[in-house]
Ligand binder design. Sequence first.
Ligand SMILES: [Ca+2]
Length: 286
Amino acid sequence: MSNRGNVLIVVLLVFTITISLLFDFIRRVYLFINITENYKISETMSVVLKSGYTYATEQLKEYLKRLDYTDKGSQTIEDRADDVLISAIITDSNSKFNVNTLVYQNGSINNRNYQIFRRLLNILKLDEAYADKLVDYIDFDNVRRTSDGEINSKNYFLFSLSELGYIFNAEDLEKIKPYLTCIGDGMINVNTAEKELLMALHNDISEELANRIIDKRTEGPFKTKGEFINVAGMNVIGINISDIITVKSSSFIVNLTASKDDFREVVEAGFELSGGQVKTRYWKEY
Ligand SMILES: [Ca+2]
């Protein structure tokens, strides 16, 4: 009796172990299938993203060749390849102030651009002390220009505007970000810059004068710096700022996104136009 009972227990145990092994096996197979499936999708995404990038680059080159004086970029190109949606947003960097020009390549402060940035903050009704905080963040030394300067400072140039989150509070960043860039030659395009940035270029550019500039360029874009300097009231100021302005943009940022179902790949790339050639300045995957 007890022997039969033992046999039954053994049979039941074997049965239970077999069942649990089977479940384990099924689970593993299922996991493996999922991993393989996800791997396939991510591999496809990667290939598509690269072709998407090539496509967007070609589109951008065509776009830049046809570039008009008043083109601001901010254009969106969309395309589908293998069910993956690719979108590229092009933004004109020369219509914005390059925060990296606050500091020269040798690490010392560029006082003129520092003043432009202070004026821009003032015009946007933001605390001018942000200018010192940002210079402290970028300049190579650890000498504080302002009481809360040099805290977690990078002591080097910005690679991405997202770093401004260390300097500005969220609300203020929202206000100033549309006027800023961190790539390009730092020249301000007087055909595409917003009124607030035009006013910040020189202490003597009043709102009235900035409006006159905008009226003039709306009639027809400035094709030379001379045409800009000829705007009534701009002759002295225009000559004074002629080395920091341009009438045609040459630096562009492209934000590229490839998405399929829950998968999303994001790339930011910087392009520069020089001598009729389009050059990739940087490419950053997120
Ligand atoms: Ca510093």
